[in-house]
Design a protein around this ligand. Structure first.
Ligand SMILES: N[C@@H](CCC(=O)N[C@@H](CS)C(=O)NCC(=O)O)C(=O)O
Length: 268
């Protein structure tokens, strides 16, 4: 039997990417297993045994199972990060990393989820101004995280907090573009991460997430204004709009039954 760690994964999901990018950063070989959320693979009795919350990602390491991206990232760092850089051993420095991780979990990702979940299952047809304002408040908080000339979220070097925040921020950026004049440090930070070896994997997944959201809107044959206009105004999003403009609800149905594995290109 292989000793490889198994990560239950969807590339469009920011928490999944955060866990995977940390594994890559630490040179840990993981086997990715695709979970089709449209088909509710995450709610099968087998999967719920691994992760009773029915979310992705989940990690299986022999007889140990870990779920929630933050817990997974910490597990990987504790087990494989020999120099303590990603998750500092000094408890005060570690507290700052924890603080940012909890902010991502409880505030920033929650804002993305509250926008996308009701759009994709048809409960809502717009992104309310209120939700946009809460995302922008999140951007403002992150802008203020760059203290003491730190280029990274919680330290002068990259830590777990960066993987968590980077994947969510870059995904949100497609929906509610980050204004570079309002948030110069945040803009510089995302630009700097374009040089990171995992940049392409993250970009691919974030773009895929944006495609899903748009497909969902078209799948509902949505003819309203607000959400679509937001997408159209986003320069990051314009090429995807062009590509997916023709999507119909039939095509969305096809997606729901898809077994196509949603992995980073490097693994296909
Ligand atoms: N706090 C969790 C959030 C995980 C989460 O909500 N993942 C989404 C995908 S991005 C999911 O599994 N959604 C399926 C569902 O909620 O049914 C983490 O960081 O792992």
């Amino acid at each position: 039997m292989s000793n490889k760690l198994v990560l239950y994964y969807v590339s469009s999901s920011p928490p999944c990417r955060a866990a995977y990018l940390v594994a890559r950063e630490l040179d840990v070989d993981v086997e990715l297993k695709y979970i089709n959320l449209f088909r509710e693979d995450n709610l099968t009795p087998e999967y719920l045994k691994i992760n009773p919350s029915g979310t992705v990602p989940s990690l299986v390491d022999g007889s140990t199972t870990v779920w929630d991206s933050h817990a997974i990232m910490i597990y990987l760092a504790e087990k494989f990060c020999k120099n303590g850089q990603l998750y500092p051993r000094d408890f005060v420095k570690r507290t700052l990393v924890n603080e940012r991780l909890f902010f991502e979990a409880s505030y920033l990702f929650a804002r993305l989820f509250e926008i996308c979940d009701p759009l994709c299952d048809g409960r809502e047809k717009t992104i309310s101004q209120d939700k946009i304002d809460r995302v922008i408040r999140g951007y403002r908080s992150v802008e203020n995280f760059f203290v003491d000339d730190n280029e990274y979220i919680a330290a002068p070097v990259m830590t777990l907090a960066d993987f968590s925040m980077w994947t969510t921020l870059s995904t949100l950026n497609y929906l509610i573009p980050i204004n570079s004049e309002q948030f110069p440090k945040l803009t510089k930070y995302l630009k700097m991460l374009e040089a990171h070896p995992s940049y392409e994997i993250n970009r691919e997944g974030a773009e895929r997430h944006a495609e899903y959201v748009l497909k969902c809107l078209h799948g509902m044959e949505y003819n309203g204004k607000v959400a679509v206009e937001i997408f159209r105004e986003s320069k990051n999003y314009s090429h995807i709009i062009h590509e997916w403009d023709h999507i119909t609800s039939k095509e969305l149905e096809k997606e729901k039954g898809s077994d196509e594995e949603e992995f980073p290109k490097e693994l296909l």
